[in-house]
Design a binder for this molecule. Sequence first.
Ligand code: AMP
Length: 144
Amino acid sequence: MNNYQNILLAVDFSGFVHSVAYKAKSLATQFNAQLHIIHVLDNIPMPDTPYGTVIPLNKNSSYDLLEAEKEKLIQISNELNIAPERCWMIWGEPQQEITQLAVKEGIDLIVVGSHGRHGLAVLMGSTAKGVLYHAKCDILAVHL
Ligand code: AMP
């Protein structure tokens, strides 16, 4: 097996996040690798996009939702001891942003859950499959 140097953990804050996170952390420790973390905002409209933006019809504004997601990322990064410069929150489409960041940051292993918010109905979730298909490095899909 390669000696991984940069590991990227992709989190969606589903109920499975901790099993995936701790697998990534223990691999980073084992390989003495830098651990990075990414959460892609795929369910929050960009606050300053005037046209074509879908506004959720509940009392939370996009800003509140964004702050809540940010808090979750900070909390898990602190638990895993990941430095702020290796924490990424990006608007976009998860499989695309995860694989693009991996190239940009010289990631050699991406860790995802086999499933996430989209549930356990299929063998492997759509993001996990998309990352596997598009990534230029190794992928670990933690079986959930
Ligand atoms: P899914 O394909 O949605 O069932 O999710 C499978 C895995 O992909 C999750 O366990 C996460 O590791 C990752 N993932 C899904 N959505 C996101 C997201 N928005 N940001 C970062 N990682 C994600």
